[in-house]
Design a protein around this ligand. Structure first.
Ligand code: BV8
Ligand code: ZN
Length: 253
């Protein structure tokens, strides 16, 4: 794979960047084999639109369907590995003040060695009680036999109050966790470089973060093989993938 060189101006900015934010979306995990939100859902789920499954209404209407979808996704992520992009982000943090803000609900940044400052849309691995909101302690080994997705699975009941345990994701129509949003907004407004990786930039308020970074005077580079809703607002839009671009950016010194 011939490396695609970024332009000299971008390399200079990366070289001199003191405070870096990496803001990632589903495209960050695509090269690990995790389907992006916009990809047609695979197999059993192909007939569903994620924006119709990732809602409180879907949960109310059919908790067993929604619970099975998240369990299948959590099991599938467990079977893949971080890619060169995730590893480069973790390496980069060793030589710069780097903050990872992600929209992703997978744990691939963490498994590559990054400390994630903000999971804006929650996590596949933080199920909680839909009633008393306490975190649910569920064994990860429940994913072991889950090669094939089941269409429906009854969610476990909370050991404290008996209500159904729900996925730890933030659904459409739900507010983002206050602490995650505050950390992400502060990082966006106080960085000198933001790398926006693998997001279509259509979901708000997360998609506002690159715009806040631009307004605060940061250089914002988008890493995405496609144009997005953010392309016209960022400083550089680089038509490469996460696993191609991030090792190059992390190696600039
Ligand atoms: C809220 C967790 C308020 C769940 C997710 C009308 C207009 C504007 C906004 C709204 C509106 N109606 C409603 C809203 C608000 C809504 C919203 O923005 N809707 C959109 C659809 C218009 N937002 C919300 O509801 C948010 N909450 O507003 O609350 C509020 C306040 C107080 C009180 C009550 C309520 C909550 C949104 C969170 C939803 N949850 N995820 C789950 O995962 O199941 S969102 C989910 O989709 C992702 O987390 C991500 O954020 C989003 C988009 O996905 P992306 O990550 O961008 O991935 P996508 O597939 O779209 O794109 C992949 C990109 O990668 C592509 O560009 C592709 O080219 C690129 N790519 C592919 N391969 C690679 C690559 N790039 C690099 N390398 C590669 N190899
Ligand atoms: Zn409970």
């Amino acid at each position: 794979m011939t490396p695609i060189e970024p332009d000299a101006a971008l390399l200079d900015t990366v070289r001199s960047a003191e405070r870096v934010v990496v803001f990632s979306g589903a495209g960050m995990s695509a090269e690990s084999g995790v389907p992006t939100f916009r990809d047609a859902l695979t197999g059993l789920w192909a007939r569903f639109d994620p924006t119709e499954l990732a809602t409180p209404q879907a949960w109310e209407r059919d908790p067993d369907l929604v619970w099975a979808w998240y369990e299948w996704r959590a099991a599938m992520v467990r079977r893949v590995a971080p890619n060169a992009g995730h590893r480069a982000v973790a390496d980069w943090a060793r030589s710069a003040q780097l903050t990872v803000v992600t929209q992703n609900v997978d744990d691939l940044h963490e498994r590559a060695g990054s400390a994630v400052a903000a999971h804006l849309h929650g996590s596949l691995y933080a199920p909680r009680c839909g009633g008393c909101t306490r975190p649910a302690e569920l064994d990860d080994d429940r994913f072991d036999g889950m090669a094939e997705p089941a269409e429906r699975m009854t969610p476990p009941s909370c050991v404290h109050c008996g209500a159904a345990v729900r996925p730890g994701a933030v659904w459409f129509g739900e507010p983002l966790p206050d602490a995650a949003w505050a950390t992400a907004a502060d990082a966006a407004e106080n960085c000198d470089l933001m790398v926006v990786v693998g997001t279509s930039g259509v979901v708000y308020p997360a998609a506002e973060l690159p715009l806040r970074a631009v307004r605060a005077g940061a250089t914002v580079v988008e890493v995405n093989p496609q144009r997005t809703d953010l392309t016209d607002a960022v400083t550089h839009s680089w038509r490469v993938t996460a696993a191609e671009a991030l090792p190059i950016l992390a190696a600039v010194r």
